[in-house]
Write a protein that binds this ligand. Structure first.
Ligand code: HEM
Length: 175
């Protein structure tokens, strides 16, 4: 059934996969390397943090449906393109070793998606915590958490996203 779905809507499904990656990874790049520097121009520390935390909240809400669409389309594409069937027989025995290498790349992409999503969920929690501290006028605590998100967690997901995009291009050019 999934194979039929992919055969009928191949262009649309691939498009949804790519646009989801564009919005998720592109959104983080804009936030980190454009909006972030714009917030630094705001002199008042509490307004600066308030604006940055609000922008992060909007980004996290925006990307949430696309994270799910990315996974759903990934599953449809992986089954639809028959990576497992080319690599393994019904009992799970390897029938083609080069197809097995390709199938392993699918697992690597799945792992990247899982790590990116866990990192995203951790950022949501840390941002919420920073907002709570800011509301209680604990500026130092809120700033520490916001800095952690922008210095480490967002760049980490950007790097993983770029690797996943490269792997997608690689997979597409295999056949
Ligand atoms: C959930 C795990 C994932 C799986 C199983 C997966 C699988 C695939 C497959 C099989 C293709 C090739 C489609 C084709 O040839 O028609 C592809 C393409 C692509 N993937 Fe993924 N993907 C996953 C996650 C991601 C993530 C996390 C990103 C980026 C954030 C991403 C970005 C892309 C892009 C941009 C393409 C298109 C490449 C091109 O058209 O040349 N994927 N993916």
């Amino acid at each position: 059934m999934i194979q039929e779905l992919f055969a009928s809507y191949r262009v649309e499904i691939t498009f949804l996969h790519i646009i989801s990656a564009v919005i998720w990874v592109g959104g983080m790049i804009v936030m980190r390397y454009s909006a972030h520097y714009s917030f630094q121009n705001i002199e008042q520390a509490d307004i600066r943090l308030k604006s940055a935390l609000y922008a992060l909240k909007r980004l996290f809400i925006l990307v949430s449906p696309f994270i799910v669409i990315l996974l759903v389309t990934a599953i449809i594409m992986s089954v639809g393109l028959g990576f497992r069937d080319a690599a393994l027989d019904k009992s799970g025995q390897v029938i083609n070793s080069s197809a097995m290498h390709v199938y392993n790349l699918i697992h690597v992409k799945e792992s990247i998606w899982t790590i990116m999503t866990l990192n995203y969920l951790a950022m949501v929690l840390i941002r919420n915590n920073a907002q709570k501290l800011l509301n209680q006028h604990d500026l130092a605590g809120a700033k520490k958490r916001a800095t952690y998100i922008s210095s480490y967690m967002v760049p980490f997901n950007i790097v993983l996203g770029i690797i996943a995009i490269f792997m997608g291009v690689f997979l597409r050019n295999l056949y």
